[in-house]
Design a protein around this ligand. Structure first.
Ligand code: FAD
Length: 465
């Protein structure tokens, strides 16, 4: 009998298993695929960032090296090698998880995990053999899969999801991206930087629509410079493939039909929770109409010894959110009283410039009726950004109008994915904009833009604009 059985080895599942083992619990993890690490390590965060880095190097070599005084001739992309390097990065990471399982004495079972009852999970291997595992506590961490529209036939060849976009054999001539969210903008950037024309069709009126509106607007400007075309407020009504040609039909806000022709369509309209084959009914676990496993504030399902974490439950579909929940649940099972501050889970888009955000957006503050002040600082005015020629974007700080407490920080610019951590720390310690404005930030760094935006938020006293 295990103390804890974890179903799914993504960032939620493997972190839950490690923390449970650290706390002295006998732990098993079940993964249906041959490699550990889930979406994030195999077909998500890690491979996408590997390709984003490679394509950004190429883009810089082709477009900015000359200005730096570096002349290259015969520059070309070796896509096959780029994909091989990405595969190697994935392998290093998934092997790392295997090592961590061994180090923490976590038993790894490869096969599909399905409930037999509330304490028994059957592991069925590809060859059909199976084994039943008994657990006092069970954590569902089965993640998510790409969502699509009912009328789109994903052929996984030219009408593709993010998974296939990480393994293309050629650079598209014209990639049509359906959905202006994080994954579409990241993978669109990968191929846009290498010369593909990219057209984005988005139903709403802005890109990355869950983030502060300023971010979407600024990102659109930067991606336009890369050659992206945008069809905002366009509702996709049809996708067809004939040979190597794909056609996307979309209806604009005037009710007119727009037709786009390309050679690849990337469907990136979001992801849906995944519980296929889990047989949750056998344990009596409730699944919502939207396919999410229902949980309470302690991430406990309606069955007291069964918990669920990560993409398969409500909330942002982010690896670090899943990880926090993995730690949280292991500690709850061990009788501790952990806490997650969901407001302070940052969101990042790894385009260039990067977008990073934490806390409330300006739109949310307006809706809540909170009185707030805004401080902005453009990277154009940053010495560090000028030195690296990364002057697109800005930092925007939202602070309470009366108390000066920082309520939200939204950044678009160079390395903001890393910079946002300072804002998370500041907000966790309930810093005021004045607090940050009075702290020394090394010069020249991109982080000075955060200090300057805080100075701007407190009596408009930014020093360098
Ligand atoms: P998953 O990582 O989806 O893992 C679930 C695992 O459970 C899978 O391995 C699956 O095979 C297994 N499983 C499912 N059912 C069973 C079963 N019945 N039995 C056994 N095993 C089962 N997030 C970020 O925070 N930062 C990023 O930069 C980022 N980039 C992304 C880029 C792309 C292209 C994509 C697609 C996603 C990205 N994400 C990113 C999102 C991130 O990958 C997910 O939020 C994260 O992987 C969720 O973790 P999880 O543990 O809940 O589930």
């Amino acid at each position: 009998m295990y103390d804890v059985i974890v179903i799914g080895s993504g960032p939620g599942g493997y972190v839950a298993a490690i923390r449970a083992a650290q706390l002295g619990m006998k732990t098993a993890i079940i993964e249906k695929y041959p490699t550990l690490g889930g979406t994030c390590l195999n077909v998500g965060c890690i491979p996408s960032k590997a390709l984003l880095d490679s394509s950004e190097h190429y883009h810089n070599a082709a477009h900015t090296f000359k200005t730096h005084g570096i002349n290259l001739t015969n520059l070309k992309v070796d896509l096959k090698q780029m994909i091989l390097r990405k595969d190697d990065v994935v392998k290093q990471n998934v092997d790392g998880i295997q090592y961590l399982m061994k180090k923490n004495k976590i038993e790894v079972h490869q096969g599909l995990g399905s409930f037999v009852d509330k304490n028994t999970v059957r592991v069925t291997k590809d060859d059909g053999t199976s084994q039943d595992l008994q657990g006092k506590n069970i954590i569902i961490a089965t993640g998510s899969k790409p969502a699509s529209l009912p009328f789109i036939k994903l052929d996984k060849d030219r009408v593709i999801t993010s998974t296939e976009a990480l393994n293309l054999k050629e650079i598209p001539k014209h990639m049509i991206v359906i959905g202006g969210g994080v994954i579409g903008m990241e993978l669109g950037s990968v191929y846009g930087r290498m010369g593909a024309k990219v057209s984005v069709v988005e139903y709403l009126d802005s890109l990355i629509p869950s983030m502060d509106k300023t971010m979407g607007k600024e990102l659109q400007k930067s991606l336009k410079k890369l050659g992206f075309d945008f069809y905002l407020k366009h509702k996709v009504t049809g996708v067809e493939r004939k040979g190597k040609e794909v056609t996307v039909k979309a209806e604009n806000s005037k009710g007119e039909i727009v037709e786009l022709k390309g050679d690849y369509v990337l469907v990136s309209i979001g992801r849906k929770a995944y519980t296929d084959g889990l047989n949750a009914e056998a344990a009596g676990v409730k699944i919502s109409d939207r396919g999410l496993v229902e949980v309470d504030d302690h991430l406990r399902t309606n069955v007291p010894n069964i918990y669920a974490i990560g993409d398969v439950v409500k909330g942002a579909m982010l690896a670090h959110k899943a990880e926090e929940e993995g730690t949280f649940v292991a500690e709850v099972i061990a009788g501790q009283k952990p806490h997650i501050n969901y407001l302070l889970i940052p969101g990042v888009v790894y385009t260039w410039p990067e977008v990073a955000s934490v806390g409330y957006t300006e739109e949310q503050l307006k809706e809540k009726g909170t009185k707030y002040k805004t401080g902005k600082f453009p990277f154009m005015a940053s010495g560090r950004a000028r030195a690296s020629m990364d002057t697109d974007g800005l930092v925007k700080v939202l602070a309470d109008a009366e108390t000066d407490e920082i309520l939200g920080v939204h950044m678009i610019g160079p390395r903001t994915a890393d910079m946002i951590a300072e804002a998370v720390v500041a907000m966790e310690f309930r810093a005021s904009a004045e607090d940050i404005a009075r702290m020394s930030h090394a010069h020249p760094t991109y982080t000075e833009a955060f200090k300057e935006a805080c100075l701007a938020a407190t009596d408009n006293r930014a020093l360098h604009i």
